[in-house]
Write a protein that binds this ligand. Structure first.
Ligand SMILES: Nc1ncnc2c1ncn2[C@@H]1O[C@H](COP(=O)(O)OP(=O)(O)O)[C@@H](O)[C@H]1O
Ligand SMILES: CC(=O)N[C@@H](CCC(=O)OP(=O)(O)O)C(=O)O
Length: 293
């Protein structure tokens, strides 16, 4: 195929997906180590703007854990995670807000706007978007979301803006809570009735073995407990997969864990027949699992 023919073929391959996703809400979770590299960050934000230009309603729900760690180290405050969640003292919640809202959110908004999108930055504190209760004494100011007020985010989408949302919530009485970025993105996707949730991460997808990187291309949620029991789903993948399961149970049908280190992974996932990473669902048997039996 010559060069022009192959470009046209790529566009034609995208056609059914463009039809399927037109006017639909697509929530993208961006965070972790996939956020550190500047070139990749530019590619992710270009993809988000591209989705908007192609007629979709993208929402960028971000994390920023590495930035929080860096700031805590500078301040000589110890970093501690319990089952993938950050111990968040009164001092640490101030740092979390400063980094996630003051730095990460405003940087992402500025960069989207610089490449032609119209982004508006919010956190879950804005209009009580993420109403929380304390998760446990042990974790300090970590919140469990008990209610999502998606109306302000929906209003921004309907007005043509790209909402960029930080994972900080509130008890509604002025106390802020730290929320895992994946959990917040999943809850927001469910509340918006999103067509698709994409969780960008720093690995190819859910793997049988992270040393071999053999990706499980389709994960039926019925197999999650078995994979946890045999130790395949571990570490940071636990809250990520739990979030996928909950989001699917709440009615979002297209949920994907994809490699945020691969440039333009969002466009690959959305508009190519192969897709990439791990699709999580409940409609077909898992593909690619190796059971240790
Ligand atoms: N079975 C698995 N497949 C892929 N990654 C896994 C698996 N088990 C544990 N992990 C770890 O989970 C990490 C991703 O989780 P995390 O670092 O919390 O993501 P992010 O910060 O991108 O949100 C991977 O880098 C990997 O080290
Ligand atoms: C409760 C909790 O652990 N909150 C996370 C919020 C940020 C986040 O999730 O960032 P990534 O997506 O970049 O990891 C934290 O403090 O690190």
């Amino acid at each position: 195929m010559n060069d022009v023919a192959s470009k046209v073929a790529t566009l034609m391959e995208a056609m059914p997906y463009l039809k399927k996703y037109a006017g639909k809400v697509i929530v993208i979770k961006y965070g972790g180590n996939a956020m550190i590299n500047e070139e990749l960050k530019a590619a992710v934000l270009q993809d988000v703007v591209m989705l908007k230009l192609l007629g979709m309603k993208p929402v960028l729900s971000h994390g920023g854990g590495p930035g929080i760690n860096k700031m805590l180290e500078k301040l000589d405050i110890p970093v501690q995670f319990i089952n993938g969640l950050r111990y968040t003292s009164a001092d640490i919640i101030s740092v979390v807000e400063a980094v996630l809202i003051g730095q990460v959110n405003s940087e992402l908004v500025g960069r989207i706007n610089a490449i032609g999108g119209e982004a508006v930055g919010l956190s879950g504190i804005s209009a009580n978007i993420y109403k929380c209760v304390q998760r446990s004494e042990e974790l300090g100011f970590v919140g469990d979301i008990v209610e999502v007020n998606a109306a302000p985010v929906q209003a921004l989408l309907d007005a043509g803006y790209i909402p960029v949302v930080a994972p900080v919530g509130t008890d509604g009485n002025g106390q802020s809570f730290n929320i895992n970025g994946d959990t917040a993105a999943g809850k927001l996707a469910s509340a918006l009735g999103a067509e698709k949730l994409m969780l960008l991460t720093d690995i190819e997808g859910l793997c049988n073995d992270i040393k071999i990187r053999d990706v499980i291309s389709y994960l039926n949620i019925a197999d999650v407990q078995g994979l946890k029991d045999q130790g395949t789903i571990a570490g940071g993948m636990i809250p990520k997969v739990d979030c996928c399961v909950q989001t699917i149970e709440e009615g979002v049908t297209n949920v994907h864990i994809i490699d945020g280190r691969k440039p333009h992974s969002i466009l690959y996932e959305a508009f190519t027949n192969e897709g990439i990473g791990t699709t999580v669902g409940k409609d077909q048997p898992s593909v690619g699992i190796k059971w240790n039996k």
